[in-house]
Design a protein around this ligand. Sequence first.
Ligand code: ZN
Length: 159
Amino acid sequence: MRPAEPSDRSNATTELYQQVILDHNRSPRNWGTVADETHRADGSNPLCGDRYTVTLKVDAVGRIEEVAVDGNGCAISKASASMMSESVKGRSVDEALQLFEQFRGLVTGETSADDASEDLGKLKVFNGIAEFPARVKCAMLSWHTLESALAGEDVASTE
Ligand code: ZN
C-alpha cells in the first residue's frame, strides 16, 4: 500500500462524512421521546432554525439507560443528534459529559482528529466542520441540549 497523499485522505474523510450524514438523516437513531424520562431539555439554534428536544432516563447509579431526540433541523444537526444519542446511551453521566467536551474540542478545532480521543469513535467524522463556524453550532446543538438536560436546565440555545 502506498502512503495516502493528504488530498486523498481529505477526500476519503469528506466521503465518509457525507455517507454518515446521509445515513443518519435517512434513519435517525433513538428518535422520539423516552416514556419515563428523568431529564429533558429543549434546544434551539436560531441562526439555522434547528430545534430539538432531548429526553433521558438516568438510572439510580447515574447511567444513561435511555436517550431520545425529537425535533427538526438541517442535515448536520440531525445527524449529530442521532449520533449523540448512540454515543451516550449506556454510558454514565460523567462519561457523557466527558464525551461532550471531547466532541466540542473536535468540532471547534481545538483538538485535531489525530489527537482526538478514541472514545469519540464515529463522531470523528465531524472533524472537518471546524472550518465552518456557523455549522459548528448545528453540530453542537444536541450536545448542548444533552448537557442542559443533565444539569437540570430546561432550555439550551447556541446563542
Ligand atoms: Zn443547522
